[in-house]
Design a protein around this ligand. Structure first.
Ligand code: SF4
Length: 164
């Protein structure tokens, strides 16, 4: 099955701080879970994107949070620069990849203002999480593409099984 994956989960140094969120090397995850990740990566056709880089932002970059979670969306960095257009561009590019390649599922990094699928920070930069989605995850879900995060690999595996 074709899966769109957040580049940082695959080990690419694309995060705002210049690091990555590689599941296979993250000590937070038990070995069986890393194996599950590797199985999914090896048994499927993987496409990779960092929506923020695809939207024109650099590495490293300032932390960003969503200020307005419905249209018109507003995303600002910690210096209050409005970077909404970069987030919208990155989301569109991710959707284009899915449409061009008939991708129906994504594995995205949790809590990201782009990739988060069920919670993100509230826009105050105080570390408060709320039940909202990152802008790319939202656009994919609105277009029928199921988004899982790195803590939901068991559900992703079940989803894949149900579709093959
Ligand atoms: S935008 Fe997504 S892929 Fe890029 S660093 Fe953030 S969580 Fe990772």
């Amino acid at each position: 099955m074709k899966i769109l994956v957040s580049s940082c989960l695959l080990g690419e140094d694309v995060r705002y701080d210049g690091n990555n969120s590689n599941i296979a090397l993250n000590p937070k995850f038990k070995f069986y879970y890393k194996e599950l990740f590797m199985d999914i990566m090896c048994e499927n056709e993987i496409y990779s994107i960092c929506p923020e880089v695809a939207g024109g932002l650099g590495i490293p970059r300032n932390k960003a949070e969503i200020k307005n979670h419905s249209k018109p969306f507003v995303v600002a960095d910690e210096l209050n620069n409005d970077i909404t257009i970069n987030f919208l561009l990155g989301a569109k590019k991710a959707l284009d990849i899915c449409k061009e390649n008939d991708i129906k599922v994504a594995l995205f990094k949790s809590k990201s203002p782009s990739c988060g699928n069920n919670e993100v920070y509230d826009g105050t930069f105080n570390g408060n999480l709320i039940n909202e989605m990152g802008l790319t995850a939202r656009l994919l879900e609105e277009n029928g593409i199921k988004v899982f995060n790195e803590n939901e690999l068991d559900n992703l595996k079940k989803f894949i099984k149900s579709r093959v």
